[in-house]
Each structure stands twice: as structure tokens, then as C-alpha cells.
Design a binder for this molecule. Structure first.
Ligand code: SAH
Length: 355
């Protein structure tokens, strides 16, 4: 990684230490810098600092370690995909979706992923490295700045930790990010508007329930039993579905928040009506909502979404068994929706990057 400091990743105390102890400036400069950082300013744009201070800061630090190098906007619904470059040249991606209640940003937590789910593009080349809290904050700040260029009234209102990576496999940095993201002096995003999605690292789910963070937990279940789950999610070999659901129940008890069960429908694998029955039975007693997601085809894998009628029948069956469930609305259908695909394309032909 680059040796340059990531200012966005520093909390108030660390910034103050840098400004006072190392740069010999007064403390209030740290507050000024923090305000600029939350707005996505580069160091050169921090115009209430002296030119000399800006110069010295720029020698040792970068404001935001994340830069948008490509963006693709859907003509259908305004959904916009970003390819971001990190300081060390690694690439990650994100997507901002426009909903009536505000903009929602999908944030990555790792470069790549080591969970190995059979249907997921992010894991095809394994995990490269964890992201720092500054790189997670940086995605939000870069996205805000991008969307505000056109419409200053827009801003990221909701965050879903559903980009590349397994958030609970980068636990400390993700928790640090969450504690920072709702800083009133910074991004000021309510944690009630944040969801964290996990493939089910059970011990970390218990740890997370104890953090006292009012975040919505999403569990990537994708199967009604261990037989099916083990075929598509290697993590199921370590943590059986019963333990995963017990950890979800604990999360509901500890936080009072309903969990979201994610279920990607994969043709011939997990969408028979008998499997809807099994899922409904499994979820009994858990305060949850099921999000059905017709699989985004990943061309590297031979896995596909079922027909629309099959999706509708699966949904009806769950509902008739008393399970709260909906089919996730497809967003950005014309911009190559599937997660991880933009990065894979860019890695295959780096000349396309508008650095
Ligand atoms: N590692 C975390 C978060 C990242 S993935 C997790 O597993 O939850 C975000 C969601 O997208 C997960 O539910 C994941 O299973 C799902 N997903 C991955 N690839 C997909 C695909 N091709 N089609 C539909 N959903 C997919």
C-alpha cells in the first residue's frame, strides 16, 4: 500500500495529533480539515488553510484514498455504477440506487473475497486485501461528490455493505467504519439506514450483535437446508444453517431489529416449491423478511435465474406459509448489473480506465 496517510480514515483525535504535533498548527485546523473531508474536498481545495499548510499536508497525506475512474448510468432508473481506484492501484466497485426515500449506496469491504460462493463474481480470484475504514468512508464521500455535481440536493442516505467482500471477515475495520459514518461532524448518516450483509460467519455475528450498533443485518441464506447450501456456499461447511439462524435470532433479541434473509433464486438449485415450504418451516419464529433475488447470471459460472413464473410461484408459496417476502426490484438492468463484473472487465482490459 501507499505510504501516504489517508486523512479520511483518521478520527478527530488522530487528525488533531497530526495537525498540532506534527505540523505545529492550532487545533481548530483539524476541525476545518474534517469538514472539508466529509464534503469530498482534495487537500488543494481546502481554501481556508494556508497555502503552506496545504502543501505540507499534500506531501504526507491524501484526502480521500478512493477515486471514481468509471461511471455508468442506467437510462431506465438512474442507477449508477462506479469503478473506484485505490491508492495502490487496486480496483473496487460500487453502485448508487435512487429510491423515493433517498439514494442508497452499495459499499465494498474487501478487494475480492475469500468466501468462495459459487454464484458470486467477487470471489472468483479470491481475496486480495481488506479495505481500511478510510477506503470505506472514501467510497461514500466519492459517490456523494459525484452525484452532487449534478444535483447538490442529493446525497447518500442509505448504505448497504453488499459490495465485494465479506464484511465480517474484515470485522474491526468495518466496525470502525460504522462508528465513523454517523459522526455528526462528518457524514452524519444514521446507522438505522445502514445494512450489513454476511454469508454467515456465526461467531462474528454474535460479536456484531454485541456492538450496540442499530444496523440492519442481512443474512445470505440462499438455501433451505445444509445439503443445498453446502453446494453453493463453502462457508456452510463451517457453520450449519441451524447455527446461522440461531445467530440471527440472537441479533433480533439484542438489537430489536428484524433481519433480512437474502435468497438468490438459482434455476434447478433452490427454487422448487418444496424448497419454499422447507424454507418457511426453517424461518418459523424468526422475525425476518425474505428478499428474493433472481440470480444475476455470472458468465464464468453455469448458473442462471429461473423463469419469471417460477419466481412468482416461489414468492406466493412463501407468502401463503406466512413468510413476509418480496422479490427485489431489478435496478440498472441496462448497465450490466451483476456485482463484480465491472471490475473483472477492467482487469481484463485496463486501457478502458479513464485515469
Ligand atoms: N459477503 C456478503 C456481502 C456481499 S454480497 C454476503 O455474502 O452477504 C451481497 C449479496 O449479493 C449477497 O447476498 C450475495 O450472496 C449476493 N450475490 C452475489 N452474487 C450474486 C449473483 N450473481 N446474483 C444475485 N445475488 C448475488
Amino acid at each position: 500500500m501507499s505510504a501516504r496517510l489517508q486523512l479520511l480514515g483518521m478520527d478527530g483525535a488522530a487528525l488533531e495529533k497530526l495537525v498540532v504535533d506534527e505540523l505545529g498548527e492550532s487545533r481548530f485546523r483539524a476541525k476545518q480539515i474534517a469538514q472539508w473531508l466529509a464534503r469530498g474536498a482534495e487537500i488543494s481545495e481546502m481554501t481556508n488553510l494556508s497555502a503552506k499548510l496545504r502543501e505540507r499536508l499534500a506531501e504526507i497525506a491524501v484526502a480521500n484514498p478512493v477515486r471514481i475512474v468509471q461511471s455508468h448510468r442506467s437510462k431506465i432508473d438512474g442507477t449508477e455504477k462506479f469503478l473506484y481506484a485505490l491508492e495502490d492501484g487496486n480496483l473496487i466497485e460500487g453502485v448508487v440506487m435512487r429510491y423515493h426515500h433517498g439514494d442508497s449506496l452499495c459499499v465494498s469491504t474487501q478487494v475480492g473475497c475469500r468466501m468462495g460462493c459459487a454464484f458470486c463474481a467477487s470471489t472468483l480470484d479470491g481475496r486480495v486485501r481488506n479495505l481500511t475504514p478510510g477506503e470505506m468512508l472514501g467510497q461514500v464521500v466519492a459517490a456523494n461528490r459525484h452525484i452532487q455535481r449534478e444535483d447538490p440536493a442529493r446525497r447518500v442516505h442509505n448504505i448497504v455493505l453488499m459490495g465485494s467482500g465479506e464484511p465480517l471477515d474484515n470485522y474491526d475495520s468495518v466496525v470502525a467504519f460504522l462508528r465513523r459514518v454517523n459522526d455528526p461532524e462528518g457524514l452524519n448518516i444514521s446507522l438505522r439506514s445502514v445494512s450489513l450483509s454476511t454469508c454467515g460467519l456465526v461467531p462474528k455475528m454474535y460479536d456484531f450483535a454485541g456492538e450496540g450498533l442499530p444496523v440492519t443485518l442481512s443474512i445470505s441464506l440462499h438455501a433451505p437446508n445444509d445439503d443445498v447450501r453446502c453446494k453453493i456456499m463453502p462457508v456452510a461447511n463451517a457453520y450449519p444453517i441451524g447455527e446461522v439462524l440461531a445467530a440471527c435470532k440472537n441479533y433480533v433479541e439484542k438489537t430489536g431489529r428484524r433481519v433480512i434473509v437474502e435468497y438468490a433464486l438459482i434455476r434447478g438449485v433452490n427454487c422448487a416449491l418444496s424448497q419454499a415450504d422447507e424454507l418457511a418451516a426453517r424461518l418459523r419464529g424468526l422475525n425476518c423478511h425474505v428478499n428474493l433475488i433472481p440470480l444475476n447470471d455470472v458468465k464464468e459460472r453455469n448458473l442462471h435465474a429461473p423463469e419469471k413464473a417460477e419466481v412468482a410461484a416461489f414468492l406466493r408459496r412463501l407468502n401463503s406459509r406466512g413468510v413476509s417476502a418480496t422479490v427485489r426490484r431489478e435496478m440498472g438492468a441496462d448497465i450490466d448489473g451483476a456485482c463484480g463484473q465491472l471490475r473483472r472487465k477492467a482487469l481484463a482490459s485496463p486501457a478502458d480506465l479513464n485515469h
